[in-house]
Design a protein around this ligand. Structure first.
Ligand SMILES: C[S@@+](CC[C@H](N)C(=O)[O-])C[C@H]1O[C@@H](n2cnc3c(N)ncnc32)[C@H](O)[C@@H]1O
Length: 265
């Protein structure tokens, strides 16, 4: 479910990764050692520790975090000067396909969307829910696609969960390779770092510049603000939802998630 995937990070990263303990650390430090199994262990430990509804939309703490995140994605995709119905889109680290409904609402077509994820059970879940889409179990460090074969490359909350620099770099390189000239890279991720926490790594502007070649290969287009820093966002979502977007507008430094749009030159 989208709420599970995107909002697993919509709280204190330290809290959520403490729930998983060493699993996430192992996933990031030894990417070659059965990463799919370790990732599954992480999620299992996380939800055992935090409760099954921790990131469910029925949890009032989650609703406005989710709406803000969705608004950022809709605004970003809506700003692209393309015809979505005619565009081939790759969702990298697609999980169980939770972003699909939003992509379809934005007029991308199911037969032109491809999702790739490392975890076989996530891909199996996506296939069960959305059999009309091409879901591929693959390591995004080596994408099984020809260069320049997609108009839009999309990722959502994947980079934050990958702290290993060489893994993140290999994935970013592959995203750039399979994007066509003039095509778009859409990065939906957490911007705000958690100082002292080595188990997650936000996609700050600085990290973005390190991972993606924003000089020769790509052009930074725009960014779109989304969810608030989790403790504040969760609090407002539960206690004072009417104030949520006003706080985000008046205090932009409290926004912790958003979307970067890059275009391949
Ligand atoms: C936080 S989840 C986000 C899932 C989905 N994008 C969403 O928004 O619901 C991160 C996903 O990235 C996937 N992932 C991590 N490393 C990967 C890799 N090297 N290749 C492909 N997928 C990977 C994980 O298996 C996981 O499903």
């Amino acid at each position: 479910m989208r709420e599970i995937e995107t909002l697993a990070l919509a709280e204190s990263p330290r809290e959520q990764f403490n729930a998983a303990g060493s699993a996430a650390a192992v996933m990031n430090s030894t990417p070659a050692a059965a990463p799919a199994d370790v990732t599954a262990a992480y999620y299992e430990a996380y939800y055992r520790g935090r409760g099954a509804d921790r990131n469910s939309l029925s949890n009032p703490e989650v609703l406005f975090q989710s709406l803000a995140m969705e608004a950022s994605v809709i605004r970003a995709l809506g700003s692209l000067p393309i015809d979505p119905a005619d565009s081939r889109l790759l969702d990298v680290g697609c999980g169980d396909g939770a972003n699909l409904f939003q992509l379809l609402r934005m007029r991308f077509q199911s037969d032109k969307i491809v999702g790739v994820d490392l975890m076989p059970e996530r891909i199996a879940g996506a296939q069960r829910l959305h059999p009309g889409v091409e879901w591929r179990q693959a390591d995004a460090r080596k994408l099984p696609f020809a260069s320049q074969s997609f108009d839009v490359i999309f990722e959502s909350t994947m980079f934050t969960t990958i702290v290993d620099d060489s893994t993140a770099q290999a994935i970013a390189n592959e995203m750039q390779r399979v994007c066509r000239t003039g095509g778009w890279i859409v990065l939906v991720d957490w911007w705000m770092p958690k100082p002292g926490d080595t188990t997650v790594k936000a996609l700050t502007r600085q990290r973005l510049r390190r991972l993606f070649d924003l000089k020769a290969t790509l052009r930074f287009d725009k960014q779109f603000a989304g969810a608030l820093a989790p403790p504040l966002g969760r609090f407002l979502s539960r206690r004072c939802p009417a104030a949520y977007f006003a706080v985000a507008a008046v205090f932009p430094f409290t926004v912790a998630q958003g979307v970067y749009l890059l275009q391949k030159k």
